[in-house]
Write a protein that binds this ligand. Structure first.
Ligand code: NOJ
Length: 517
């Protein structure tokens, strides 16, 4: 696999553009607002950005319903503004990924409008259509009764997101409407998606986070057809944009990395047990949960991903409850110690660095439903609308967290004991130790069922470090046959060693050097 060098020590910041910073007082974030806050993102220690979809859209799914892949959504700015954003990111030595949504479009996309017509045209085969209005494609929901054309059109997610046609891995011979991946229609869709990538990479973006990357080829149980499709995309990138970074929303690194992606996320869905750590009744970092199933799956994924593949663990994202919903206080700091000492590039969801809360009971906005509570405006300071926007409060895209004690960047900047200050220190720790970065080795020393602490080593040619995380409120020990060295970083009390065992204090964590006995 072609390696993109800057990923080796990258830490990403995810920006949901709607909610980050509004500079024209219309109540919604914009590109200029992001430009204004790039120095803040850099000051945290982040080196790269993933920005959620920012293309023209009716916004029935917050922009994951693209109406024109080649046009920036006017509410955020123009294509030129976006190009300027790329330039400003680069001027600061950072990188930026756009969000590519290749699986479906909005039902308002002109391709879809054309494909609904009875008369054959160049978009007839752009989407997955059956030849019978009453028959949905198997395993999919469908749009029916909305077209002149006879047939049902498969949808990938919400009903307004018709599925683009990349073909079927093994078309059913009894269903002639199932086209192969080599059919003209399927190939034309893929070529058009390459054009989209070409367009934005040519403008200066550094790669893509790919939405539902696993979902493109249908009837593809083991992902073989979809893997092949992405290998073809990677070959195109290697020819024309070899430095383009690709991160998949797939959740199965063994598959996505074979497809040529550099990194895959561990997510709240799929087999990873990611939720066991942060988001369940008893999350491990809440103090009484279990990390062992996560570790087992993590090691399996790493084995399958091979030595070059990266697996990234996000603090959260726009689809799941905020980290601070289940975990509070000092334990939130421990989550960041974990995230920032694991291999692969960490992703920090905007606002998680100050412990922004999940806002309960707010009405759904733009197809957010329960996700809306994790998408509220960034809390910059204590001025009007928490410094997000000068618009009247009732015109904000999503209301600000109404809690009077909501965390803000301005307050946490002044407080060396704040979560944000801790995150910055942990970022410096990671930046100073290559063993802790994307490609350093990891070995788990202690990760037992229903037990604390979680212990692992990180190493490279230069050094080997021991990470001990004990979120429980009891002291916890484990056998260790090396010598606990100096504490390079501590949260709470330092661990102690005697008779071949290391004991960590309740609710404490640390990164240590390892000496010889
Ligand atoms: C995953 C995205 O993260 C989510 O926000 C979106 O609704 C679906 N894909 C559909 O595109």
């Amino acid at each position: 696999m072609n390696k993109v060098k800057w990923l080796d020590n990258a830490v990403f910041y995810e920006i949901y553009p709607q909610s980050f910073k509004d500079t024209n007082s219309d109540g919604i974030g914009d590109f200029n607002g992001i430009i204004e806050k790039l120095d803040y993102i850099k000051s945290l220690g982040c080196t790269a950005i993933w920005m959620n979809p920012c293309f023209d859209s009716p916004f029935l799914d917050a922009g994951y319903d693209v109406r024109d892949y080649y046009l920036a959504a006017p509410r955020y700015g123009t294509n030129d503004d976006l190009k300027r954003l790329f330039g400003e990111v680069h001027r600061r030595g950072m990188h930026i990924l756009l969000d590519l949504v290749p699986g479906h479009t909005s039902w308002e996309h002109k391709w879809f409008r054309e494909s609904c017509k009875a008369a054959k045209n160049r978009y007839t085969d752009r989407y997955i259509w059956t030849d019978n209005t009453w028959e949905a494609p198997e395993g999919m929901n469908a749009l029916i009764g909305i077209s002149e054309r006879v047939g049902a059109c498969g949808v990938n997610f919400f009903s307004h997101q018709p599925a683009l046609n990349y073909g079927y891995y093994k078309p059913d011979p009894d269903k002639p409407w199932q086209q192969s991946t080599e059919s003209e229609g399927a190939k034309a869709t893929l070529e058009e998606m390459k054009n989209v990538m070409r367009f934005w990479l040519g403008m200066g973006c550094d790669g893509f986070r790919v939405d539902m990357a696993h979902s493109l080829v249908k009837r593809d149980e083991n992902g073989k057809g979809t893997i092949k499709l992405w290998q073809d995309v990677r070959a195109f990138l290697d020819r024309e944009f070899p430095d383009a970074a690709m991160v998949s929303e797939w959740g199965e690194p063994d598959k996505s990395l074979q497809g040529g992606f550099h990194m895959d996320f561990l997510l709240h869905f799929g087999p990873s047990h990611y939720n066991d750590l942060f988001r369940c009744d008893k999350p491990f970092f809440g103090g009484s949960g279990d990390a062992s199933a996560f570790v087992e799956k993590y090691l399996e994924s790493r084995r399958k991903a091979g030595k070059d593949g990266l697996i990234c663990i996000p603090s959260g994202n726009h689809d799941m409850a905020r980290l601070a919903k289940y975990i509070r206080g000092e334990r939130l700091k421990m989550c960041f110690m974990f995230l920032l000492t694991m291999p692969g590039a960490p992703f920090i969801y905007y606002g998680d660095e100050i412990g922004m809360r999940y806002v309960e009971d707010i009405p759904s906005v733009e197809g957010g439903y329960e996700r809306t509570g994790s998408r509220s405006p960034m809390q910059w300071d204590s001025t009007v609308n928490a410094g997000f926007s000068a618009a009247p409060s009732d015109r904000l895209y999503i209301p600000i967290d109404p809690a009077e004690d909501r965390p803000t960047v301005a307050a946490q900047e002044k407080d060396s004991g704040s979560l944000m200050s801790e995150v910055k220190r942990l970022m410096s720790l990671r930046a100073a130790h290559s063993a802790l970065q994307s490609r350093g080795e990891i070995e788990f020393v202690y990760a037992e069922k229903d037990s604390c602490p979680l212990v692992y080593t990180r190493s490279d040619k230069k050094e080997k470090l021991l990470v001990i995380l004990n979120p429980s409120d009891k002291k916890a020990d484990f056998a260790f046959d090396g010598k606990l060295g100096e504490a390079v970083y501590l949260l709470g009390e330092k661990a102690s060693q005697s008779a071949g065992r290391i004991t960590s204090a309740p609710c404490s964590a640390g990164v240590y050097t390892i000496g010889n006995l």
